[in-house]
Design a protein around this ligand. Structure first.
Ligand code: DCP
Ligand code: CA
Length: 389
C-alpha cells in the first residue's frame, strides 16, 4: 500500500487558515529562517491552482502570471513536520512495516497480515478517515502487490483518492498510462522513449528486451517496472526532524559482524546525541547503501519513546537484517531516530528501562571526561581490528 498526502504543504496551510479553502493557494519556498524566498519557486500548490497550470518547482512570478488571483502562503515548516508525524503515527496503528519515503509519503507493508486484515480496502478507508478527522488533511492511497504499482495507483485518482489494483492485473492497469506516470522517468527519458514511438507503459513493456538492454540498467529497470515487476527503489527526498548518523566504509563489506559493529557504533553516537539534547524518539530508521549506490531504508515505530542506545540498537539490528540481502557488499549504513517528544508510556519494564538509561547516561559522562571511546561495548573492538587491516 502506498500513501501520499495531497498537496501536502498547501493542505496544512489551508488547515491553519480555513479561509483559504477552495481557493488557489501557492506555497512558496522558504529560507532556513522560515521567511519566503524573494523571487522564489512554488514548493506546492492547491488543486484549485493546478487547474491554471501551476506546478511545483515553477518560479512564483510565472505561477502568478498563470493564476493572478492565487494566494501565496508558506513557511510553517514545523507545522508540516507535526502533521507528517501525526499521519505516520496513524499508519503505525495498522501497518506492521512503514517505509517512509519523504515528509508526506510512505509504503505500508501489510504482507503476512491477511488473517487480521482480510480486506485491505477497508483498512485504507479507515486510515484515510482517521487522517482526515485527526490531522484535517486528505491522503491518496494505492493498494497493489508491488511498490511501483502502489505508487502509480496512489497518484491515479488524486486528490483524496483510493485505487485498488488486484493481484495479476498490474500490467493491465499500467498499460494505458503515459510513461511519465512511472516514478523515475524524467523529462529526458520521456523524450527519448517518445522518439522511439513509445508513449504508454503498455508500449514500453512490449519493446523487446534486446532493444532496452543496450540503454543500460536504468532503462531495464523502467522496462521491468512497466511490466509490473517490482524493482524501483526510492530515496527519501525530504528529511523529517531526526538525529541520524551514517558512515561510508573504508572498504565495501558483506561481513555481518563488521556491519553490526558499525551499526552499534552509529547507534551509540545517535544515543549520546539525543540524550545530550534531552530528546526521546519513537521512530527508528536504518539505511543501507549497496556498492552500486542502491539505497534502501526501513523504519519502525516503537511502542514507546526512548533515548536508550540498547533499545534503539535492538530495533536497528532487526531493521538492518530485514533490508539487507545478507550477501551483497554494502558501502554505507546509517541509523537515525525521529518523532521526538512523545510521552513515555508506563510499562512493566519501566524499572529495567530506567536503570539501563541511567547506566548509559553515566557512560556518556565518562566518555565526556576521558574522551570518546573510554567505555565501549565489546562488539566495537572489532571495528578497530577491521579498520587496521
Ligand atoms: N516539495 C517541495 N519542493 C518540490 C516538491 C515538493 O518543497 N519541488 C514539498 C512540498 C510538497 C511536499 O514536498 O507539499 C510533498 O511533495 P509532493 O510531490 O508529494 O507534492 P504534493 O503533496 O504537494 O502534491 P500531490 O498532491 O501531487 O502529492
Ligand atoms: Ca504528496
Amino acid at each position: 500500500m502506498h500513501l501520499d498526502l495531497d498537496a501536502f504543504f498547501a493542505s496544512v496551510e489551508i488547515k491553519l487558515n480555513p479561509l483559504l479553502r477552495g481557493k488557489p493557494v501557492l506555497v512558496g519556498r522558504v529560507d532556513p529562517h522560515g521567511r519566503l524566498v524573494p523571487r522564489g519557486v512554488v514548493a506546492t500548490c492547491s488543486y484549485e491552482a493546478r487547474k491554471f497550470g501551476v506546478k511545483s518547482g515553477m518560479p512564483l512570478f510565472q505561477a502568478l502570471k498563470l493564476c493572478p488571483q492565487a494566494i501565496v502562503v508558506g513557511g510553517h515548516f514545523e507545522e508540516y513536520v507535526k502533521a507528517s508525524e501525526a499521519v505516520f503515527s496513524i499508519t503505525a496503528r495498522y501497518a506492521p512495516k512503514v517505509e517512509q519515503i519523504g515528509i508526506d509519503e510512505a509504503f505500508l507493508d501489510f504482507s503476512g497480515t491477511e488473517w487480521i486484515y482480510p480486506n485491505l480496502g477497508k483498512i485504507a478507508k479507515k486510515i484515510r478517515e482517521e487522517i482526515k478527522r485527526e490531522v484535517g488533511i486528505t491522503a491518496s492511497i494505492g493498494i497493489a502487490t508491488t511498490k511501483v504499482v502502489g505508487k502509480v495507483a496512489s497518484d491515479y485518482q488524486k486528490p483524496d483518492g483510493l485505487t485498488y489494483v488486484p493481484a495479476g492485473r498490474e500490467k493491465e492497469f499500467l498499460a494505458p498510462l503515459p510513461i511519465a506516470d512511472l516514478p523515475g522517468i524524467g523529462r529526458k527519458m520521456e523524450e527519448y522513449f517518445h522518439r522511439l514511438g513509445v508513449k504508454t507503459l503498455g508500449e514500453l513493456a512490449n519493446v523487446p528486451f534486446e532493444k532496452i538492454e543496450v540503454y543500460g540498467k536504468f532503462a531495464i529497470n523502467l522496462w521491468e517496472a512497466a511490466s509490473g515487476v517490482d524493482n524501483i527503489w526510492f530515496v527519501p527526498r525530504v528529511e523529517a526532524k531526526s538525529v541520524s548518523h551514517s558512515e561510508t566504509f573504508a572498504k565495501n563489506s558483506a561481513d555481518i559482524k563488521f556491519i553490526l559493529a558499525m551499526l552499534q557504533k552509529l547507534v551509540e553516537e545517535v544515543g549520546t546525541e539525543i540524550r545530550k539534547e534531552g530528546y526521546t524518539g519513537r521512530c527508528v530508521h536504518v539505511t543501507a547503501r549497496y556498492r552500486d549506490f542502491r539505497t534502501v531504508s526501513h523504519q519502525r515505530v516503537l511502542p514507546y519513546s526512548t533515548s536508550c542506545t540498547k533499545e534503539i540498537y535492538e530495533a536497528a539490528e532487526v531493521l538492518l537484517k530485514e533490508l539487507w540481502d545478507g550477501y551483497t557488499p554494502l558501502r554505507l549504513v546509517g541509523v537515525g531516530i525521529s518523532q521526538f517528544g512523545e510521552t513515555i508510556q508506563p510499562s512493566l519494564f519501566d524499572n529495567v528501562r530506567e536503570k539501563r538509561l541511567e547506566l548509559e547516561k553515566r557512560i556518556d559522562q565518562l566518555c565526556e571526561k576521558f574522551g570518546e571511546g573510554a567505555v565501549v561495548p565489546a562488539a566495537l573492538i572489532r571495528l578497530g581490528k577491521v579498520k587496521n587491516l
